[in-house]
Design a protein around this ligand. Structure first.
Ligand code: IPE
Ligand code: IPE
Ligand code: MG
Length: 225
């Protein structure tokens, strides 16, 4: 039976969820943040899951209206400050991935602070993908290695990436069937799950049903069974 150690989620559909209720798109992000907390807590109580990587803001999301981007930045800062005690209580280590230099100094400081204060936690790693794009991640990795004299190997490249662990289960909510520049390298052999559920409606029950399906999949990694 398979065990899932690394789960990655493209948390999509916040805006549509709010619009369906006649609310502003940002309301969907607010409720979405609450779901992040629930799913993280669930994963921290699951012995097999070591890492939960959540796509929160892509390198392409800067194209959105200024007000929405500003709201998302504020929400992220508030979330991290508010949730610090919850991370500690649940023994969750916070680890951001992405190109953080683009954020305000204050947000960068909050990110670093939560990362440092949870560094000793060893129950679950909650990795938030922030200004993350897989292409940008690979480009930065290649630039890190460009002056090395040796021939670059797969482990060397993998180690130069922000996220160094292969994905077992990749979930996308919101009904679209695409990866939108998320963990392209690490998902080489991930099992993909697409659901029409909009992220603010995603539940622990739906995650459990995905985990159950995953245990029965025959993963061959190119070999034969
Ligand atoms: C995902 O929800 C959250 C972020 C990209 C920040 P969306 O905001 O993309 O919601 P939809 O896809 O427009 O409904
Ligand atoms: C992917 O959702 C990014 C995040 C969930 C953070 P998008 O809504 O940005 O993706 P596209 O534009 O539909 O591909
Ligand atoms: Mg979307």
């Amino acid at each position: 039976m398979n065990t899932a150690t690394h789960i990655a989620i493209i948390m999509d559909g916040n805006g549509r969820w709010a619009e369906l209720q006649g609310k502003n798109r940002v309301k969907g992000h607010e409720v979405g943040a609450q779901i992040v907390k629930e799913i993280t807590t669930y994963c921290s109580n699951n012995k097999d899951i070591q890492r939960l990587t959540l796509y929160a803001f892509s390198t392409e999301n800067w194209k959105r209206p200024k007000l929405e981007v500003e709201f998302l930045m504020k929400l992220l800062e508030q979330y991290l400050k508010r949730e610090l005690p919850v991370y500690l209580e649940n023994n969750v280590r916070f680890e951001p991935i992405g190109d953080l230099k683009a954020f305000s100094k204050s947000l960068q400081k909050t990110i670093k602070d939560v990362e440092e204060k949870t560094a000793h936690c060893d129950g679950l790693v909650q990795s938030l993908a922030l200004n993350y794009g897989a292409q940008n991640e690979m480009l930065r990795a290649i630039n890190k290695l460009k002056n090395t004299q040796e021939t670059i190997t797969l482990p060397m490249l993998s180690d130069a990436l922000d996220c160094k662990q292969d994905v077992d289960i990749l979930i996308r909510t919101g009904g679209d069937h695409r990866l939108s520049n998320f963990l392209l390298w690490q998902s080489a052999y991930a099992e993909l799950f697409f659901t029409n559920t909009l992220w603010p409606d995603f539940t622990i029950g739906e995650l459990e049903s995905i985990l159950k399906k995953f245990t029965k999949i025959e993963r061959r990694f190119g070999g034969l069974k």
